[in-house]
Design a protein around this ligand. Structure first.
Ligand code: KG4
Ligand code: ZN
Length: 331
């Protein structure tokens, strides 16, 4: 079969990224322009600024991706972009750019669900990984436990009832003065601490999650005692949130009898979470997968990887594709 070369474009939040991926697995380039330094000044992502930054750099980022792949634009078979979920203005930049390119080059357009992209990051890291598997998507905007029956079929088994896990990491980090983005800062500081502070573990029905209770508990502890050891607080927060994830994943394995567990999303870059899941895998009953670090957070290679499977299924977008800020997985 002929190789399918896909250009991916990602602009759903604060990273402008373009990548060239062959057959959903082989990355020829993956350029990521992060706006983190700009948003740090404001303590979080400012949507209007994000859109403007995407517009300023997208052309250069795409050009660089093609150049690093040592290809010409005409060598691209499919143009893909994230069309949701995400910030509407930010998404529109990537969607409009991809539509323009698709029209100009007369190549098919594939709009990709950002969450499906996070899952597909694992196909790049593990060239032999195939469905079925269970996927725990833990990011700044999402916390989902999903059964992936085949490449384009997702059954949501559980989700957060309130905050996404990454959101709770970012809020805790901000309140205790670590700054933005919080997840990596908590990861680093927790490494120096001991998990010796008692925090509430949410009891949620089924395979669902909740992170707002523990987030508030950490914030209250800190407000009552600003002298509290922050490293220990971070380590305890990480331990309890990880235990919540592990409990539900173990339950899902029991219920589904699927023993392949795949982590995805920005929070799967967390050192402690990766280690604890690896330990679960080392016990021998389940096999654990997580993307290489660069592919955990937002990037376009994962979008091009997901687009490959949509394209194979004939899921081609029309030129009236629009940004869908609250797009759900599977529809
Ligand atoms: O997947 P992502 O880049 O964007 C969304 O789709 O939401 O995830 C960003 C989230 C942020 O909440 C960030 O704090 C978190 O991932 N994150 C981490 C780590 N690296 C990124 N959280 C914990 N530990 C990390 N090392
Ligand atoms: Zn993401």
């Amino acid at each position: 079969m002929k190789d399918i070369v896909i250009l991916g474009i990602e602009s759903s939040c604060d990273e402008t990224s373009a990548a060239v991926v062959v057959n959903g697995r082989k990355v020829l380039s993956n350029i990521i322009n992060s706006q983190i330094n700009i948003h740090t000044t404001y303590g979080g992502v400012v949507p209007e600024i994000a859109s403007r930054c995407h517009i300023e750099v997208i052309n250069q980022v795409v050009k660089e991706a093609i150049k690093q792949a040592e290809l010409k634009l005409e060598d691209i078979d499919v143009i893909s972009c994230t069309y949701g979920p995400g910030l509407v203005g930010a998404l529109l930049v990537g969607v409009s750019y991809a539509k323009g390119l698709s029209y100009a080059l007369n190549k098919p357009l594939v709009g990709v669900n950002h969450i499906a992209g996070h899952i597909a990051a694992n196909y790049i890291t593990y060239p032999d990984l195939e469905p079925p598997f269970l996927c725990l998507i833990i990011s700044g905007g999402h916390t989902h436990l999903v059964k992936i029956t085949d490449y384009t079929n997702f059954e949501i088994l559980g989700r957060t009832k309130d905050d996404a896990i990454g959101e709770s990491y970012d809020k805790v980090a901000r309140v205790i003065g670590l700054g933005y983005p919080g997840g990596p800062k908590i990861d680093k500081l927790a490494y120096e601490g001991i998990a010796n502070i008692e925090l509430p573990k949410a009891k949620v029905e089924g395979l669902n999650f909740s992170f707002s209770g523990i987030k508030t508990a950490v914030m209250n502890l800190y407000h009552k005692n600003p002298e509290i050891d922050k490293a220990n607080l971070c380590a305890s927060f990480e331990k309890v949130t990880t235990d919540m994830l592990l409990d539900k994943v173990i339950k899902a394995v029991e219920e589904t009898k699927i023993e392949k567990i795949v982590l995805a999303g920005g929070v799967s870059a967390n050192t402690y979470i990766r280690k604890q899941f690896q330990e679960l895998g080392n016990k021998g009953n389940v096999k654990i997968y997580y993307p290489e670090l660069k592919l955990c957070t937002d990037n376009a290679a994962m979008i091009a990887a997901a687009a490959y499977y949509d394209y194979r299924e004939g899921q081609i977008s029309k030129l009236n594709l629009n940004a869908v800020p609250n797009l759900k997985l599977g529809g």
